[in-house]
Design a protein around this ligand. Sequence first.
Ligand SMILES: Nc1nc2c(ncn2[C@@H]2O[C@H](COP(=O)(O)OP(=O)(O)OP(=O)(O)O)[C@@H](O)[C@H]2O)c(=O)[nH]1
Ligand SMILES: [Mg+2]
Length: 296
Amino acid sequence: MKAGYVTLVGRPNAGKSTLLNRLIGEKIAIVSDKPQTTRHRILGVKPVTGGQMVFLDTPGIHKPMHRMNQRMVDAALDTLRDADVVVLVVDAASPPGAGDRFVLERLETVSRPVILALNKIDLVKKPALLPLIESYTKARPFHAVVPISAVAGDGVDALEKEVLAALPEGEPLFPEDYLTDQSQRALAAETIREKVLHHTRDELPFTTAVVIDRFEEPSGDQKLFRIHASILVETASQKPIVVGKGGEMVKRVGTEARYDLEKQLGGRVFLDLHVKVRGDWRDDDRLLDEMGMRRG
Ligand SMILES: Nc1nc2c(ncn2[C@@H]2O[C@H](COP(=O)(O)OP(=O)(O)OP(=O)(O)O)[C@@H](O)[C@H]2O)c(=O)[nH]1
Ligand SMILES: [Mg+2]
């Protein structure tokens, strides 16, 4: 039997969370086209013949400008240290730059096998791949290099095989039917945030957070979850954008989040959303603690 922790790392927006969901076969991590979507480490277990792979999705590694971002990067680097195997996810559709070098530097001290996953190959012409692979392999040795498309699924089986082969021998780390360590409460907050991310742009995706104020599980025969949540923004001028004309935006976010959550939680959902201004919440340690963001 093979078993171990597989950390997915890379710069923001490379496709780590899309890959996690694809590998696990369920949506456990939110995804968006904005960078810095993932703010926590997310664990997903994949049972396979001959072993168990425990994947750890991480926040994109970047230069932190706020305490929240420092915690995000710390979470990614801590998770890197827990890894038996590391998968470096890079966006093959964008030329390697300073952000990629920054990530590669963070991998210099890693002694475990590092597999390079060249993601988004659906956007790349084949001849462009070889020079890209060369530029990465010049920077450091990789245990294997696998071109993939996390969205379309191409190459993901090959990646899985490489990962399994690189894992140490061992007994399963989690029970057979274990999927993720993410609580229903955290899942609710993340799902709401994903909908906010989809409908906002500019600085708003970065300045928004979601806090669950109350989470009531169904009681009795009634399969109804009651969730009260606050969408935090940083300035008074951001609030009307998230609320929308006549509350239209927050309503849309609520409807879309409820739709996803009803499927994921397997019950009906009552969702009560409020938009609140919390100046500088990204530098507020107490609030970041409350949100469950780990201190480095
Ligand atoms: N075309 C294409 N798009 C992809 C692929 N994988 C991911 N994406 C898109 O890339 C964007 C970022 O994906 P995420 O999975 O959120 O990226 P991430 O690395 O988790 O980003 P952070 O959480 O911000 O670090 C989304 O719009 C995805 O749909 C792929 O294989 N092909
Ligand atoms: Mg992510």
